[in-house]
Design a protein around this ligand. Sequence first.
Ligand code: C2O
Length: 539
Amino acid sequence: CRVRHYKFNVVMKNTTRLCSSKPIVTVNGQFPGPTLYAREGDNVLVKVVNHVKYNMSIHWHGIRQLRTGWADGPAYITQCPIQPGQNYVYNFTLTGQRGTLWWHAHILWLRATVHGAIVILPKQGVPYPFPTPHKEEVIILSEWWKSDVEAVINEAMKSGLAPNVSDAHTINGLPGSKTSCGLKGSSQGGLSLKVDNGKTYLLRIINAALNEELFFKIAGHQLTVVEVDAVYTKPFSTNTVVIAPGQTTNVLLTANRRSGKYLVAVSPFMDTPIIAVDNVTATATIQYSGTASTLPTMLTKAPPQNSTTVATNFMDSLRSLNSKKYPAKVPLKVDHALLFTVGLGVNPCATCVNGSRVVADINNVSFVMPTTALLQAHYFNISGVFTDDFPGNPPIPFNYTGTPPTNLQTTNGTRLYRLAYNSTVQVVLQDTGIIALENHPIHLHGFNFFVVGRGLGNFNLKNDSKKFNLVDPVERNTIAVPTGGWIAFRFRADNPGVWFMHCHLEVHTTWGLKMAFVVNNGKGPKESILPPPTDLPTC
Ligand code: C2O
């Protein structure tokens, strides 16, 4: 194992897309940002230097951060932000993980342009559990607004309504050859992949979009899913990949055509178009070597925006590899059985144009961000920052997906749920219809979880838990709760610290769809969080 040093200079960079330019926040002037390469077992040190006017913090999405919560990154959860002119070294070890993850800013909406890939290769000499690819390619999917992204959300918070949808989707930072004016010579869009007949390629797909789940397709080719969120899966073949913000998916592409150019299409999956309608497709091209540039590109049609069945089929096909070498360690007994409703509500708002505003909550609690980082408050026993009385069940039972009940108002609070070290947890996330049913990609920091069940409608404890898959459920760090449905996951609380859980649609997080678990230390030093680094920023 090695020590890998990286330096992330956070700087402004004037960037042109869709024929207009604006200054954006970047790492090292790049959009998307640099890829962080390492191997399983490596110690990674990233020095982040903040040269912009915004506070900054970087999250290493999906890295377990075993006992190193100080390096997790969510602002005001595990650290105070890195203020303008300041710096901080994120220091963590890649334990028991290999695959594709990503990093992103975890403050305001800065992750719109501050994000990049993390590629963790297996330990030296350890092969993939699938045929060795000829080549690998990182594919980051994202969104682009012509206007300043911070202005977009600030406007929305003033009005109390939903923010504007993005002007384009992007593949590795580019919207596509037709619309990327000012970027001539990029006929392949955001992809530089040239393929050869008969060879196999590993595509590392990342959804870095702020607010949209996406479909990913390549004309004329099937894709074999082999890994999600840096966990190997049982391989399965599909023509469409469904990927929510926060998730990563590795697929094998076998170049089984003789020649030609094939369109890569990325389009939104939204089965509740009442909130936002967005039909923009991002495109790129993969090209077989030796293909004449005059040859037309073979096209593909993106699935309609509301293709719930495409999404359901994809989710239902995902299974842990669960081999001897990579077993699925699903907790069979549960210490904490939690039922969390997730949904949108309305609260009065004196400063909002309409006198009310959209809020989002878990079990009717809309999370209030603290001004001292929660992990510090926990570690140093600072009282008055949070309470540990987060409700394990909804306040009132109701038909979650039926007629909206009358309790439109949610409560506010910085409430955490406390777990003993090594206890086992089952969380059922139930989408609720207080104002609208919507899909919620929920991300848990500090852990992977096993997705033991998924369904539409109301969760039924007696009937549905009988059908849980406790053998080879998919293991990941972000899961989309289906619109008007539920998912159930289990994890073992073997990582002491404070761990954020939130919707990875940035707009829902901003509205309050977030909470945190506090996991106590265990007995010995090996079961306790490490002391904070000396350069940890202060608030
Ligand atoms: Cu990728 Cu808390 O986020």
